[in-house]
Design a binder for this molecule. Sequence first.
Ligand code: SAH
Length: 289
Amino acid sequence: MSEGNGQPKKRFPLTLDLVTGLAGRRKADAAALNSRQTATQNAARHASSGRPLTAASRVHEMKPPPPAIDRMANMPLVSEAVRKAMVQRVAQQGVRDPLVLAALEQVPRHYFLEPGLAPQAYVDASLPIGYHQTISQPYIVARMIEVMREGVAGKLGRVLEIGTGCGYQAAVLAEVADEVYSIERIRPLHERARANLRPLRIPNLRLHYGDGMLGLPQCGPFDGIILAAAGLDVPQALFDQMAIGGRLVAPVGAGEQRLKLIVRTRRNEWIADMLEPCHFVPLRPGTFG
Ligand code: SAH
């Protein structure tokens, strides 16, 4: 999914091969500088150190990635302190829910990226994950979960995510809900998410391959539903899969997108509210792969 843009269409989302090589990474940086999201991103980078990036730290960031998928090799760049700083920036942008912020601090976002992108894992930005899809920006992940959880004191019961992608948001959701189901329509991404999540051994998360526009009626009703991809409106099938009192958060719109909140107040009553602007990859019908 992903947020942040204002980039010319042909540049977004960036393809994975564009950014995993050094030259490609320079292009990605340039593209990022053209994006609206980058305001947050640059502010975040600077806020993390309290001063602008020095030439030395930039060189450090541009180091070529380790040759193999050795996640431990990235550890110096993705320490807990770096993740904490990311969470602080998300909080500074207005996310207040302590359970959500704690969840963000728990999940190692670098596990969900190609090794070449791992050094950027704790920048508040969406990044490519292949198949023209992106890992969501940490702020929007936190914000959507916060909106979904509003009014709930402890953990949510059963939650559905549509658009697993690399599996990051699903892992965050598993920290704030008893049961999480996540659907992905692109089979290789579904499989990659499975592989990414395996070392984390999350017992309350189930991944499904299929068309999330149909929901997952056999597993509902859901106390919360989050869509990680934008349709013109919320797919009809999802309304009936909401529990009474359940809350759904989805990006909607064609050019201009906004977050939409739907609350099921009674068996036959739903209320809707339009929230802030956002930018996600499109919600598509059917499956691929
Ligand atoms: N949740 C991810 C973001 C993934 S990007 C994260 O944690 O970062 C959005 C994903 O939605 C893409 O992988 C895309 O393939 C998927 N998607 C789009 N339409 C879908 C549909 N109808 N059903 C399931 N997944 C869908």
